[in-house]
Design a protein around this ligand. Structure first.
Ligand code: SAM
Length: 223
């Protein structure tokens, strides 16, 4: 049974996919997809030995050793051309780390037709990397779970470069279009916190006016 967050990620893995789950920890995601026969093959990559061993145990415990390969490796080093991976999932990490993994592993993304990414923070930076590397953001989701709000970004390589505005990079082009209740709650909460910070530093009078103006401009995008 997957959490709401991971179930949403799973729903974007195409049927019959050959997937790589980078930073797989317990390999819950590929295990659930393999048990329901939604994928034909998976690599579960982990850079840390403890989580890697969790993955090994999970895969063995479910008798999935034919379908899922656990690999102890850093980022996309976990996959080779022989794996013929078509879908890469990177979930549950900061957007900066996801961006670094993609950047360092670029060469291994050649045959990959879909990225399913779930950054915990730093979504704008990740979207900027996708844009700079000729990916199109084909879908986005936002889900709330246990006091956290998670964004899921689905990207596919594109022949024509896609341009997103700073506004779209910050909020997500698809999330912005839909403006659903979770999205509105996330940014109202952001605006509330940001207003608090601005009020505080204005009182302290230690931050240059230009910086405060900049923060207010960013806040105006939300409000
Ligand atoms: N993907 C799972 C999920 O979404 O529930 C697990 C998320 S867990 C919070 C993040 C995992 O990423 C950790 O197990 C960590 O060891 C792994 N990780 C961090 N950096 C990595 C890297 N460069 N390559 C592979 N795994 C990495």
């Amino acid at each position: 049974h997957l959490s709401k967050r991971l179930a949403t990620v799973a729903s974007y893995v195409p049927a019959g996919a050959r997937m790589a789950d980078i930073g797989s920890d317990h390999a819950y995601l590929p295990a659930a997809l393999a048990l329901t026969k939604k994928i034909s093959y998976a690599v579960a990559g982990e850079v840390v030995r403890g989580p890697y061993e969790n993955a090994v145990n999970e895969i063995k415990g479910h008798g999935l050793t034919d379908v899922i390969q656990p690999r102890l490796a850093d980022g996309l080093d976990a996959i080779t051309a022989a794996d013929r991976i078509d879908t890469v999932v990177i979930a549950g990490m900061g957007g900066t780390l996801i961006t670094e993994i993609l950047e360092r592993g670029k060469a291994r993304l050649a045959g990959v037709s879909r990225l399913v990414l779930q950054p915990n923070v730093g979504e704008a930076r990740l979207r900027r990397w996708l844009m700079a590397n000729r990916y199109q953001i084909v879908a986005e989701q936002i889900v709330g779970e246990d006091d956290h709000i998670y964004e899921i970004i689905i990207a596919e390589p594109s022949l024509v470069p896609f341009r997103y505005s700073d506004y779209e990079l910050m909020f997500g082009p698809h999330l912005l279009e839909k403006k659903g209740p979770v999205f509105v709650a996330k940014w109202q909460d952001f605006a509330k916190r940001e207003r608090g910070v601005i009020a505080q530093i204005e009182r302290a009078q230690q931050v240059p006016v230009a910086r405060i103006t900049e923060m207010k401009q960013k806040l105006a995008l939300v409000a």
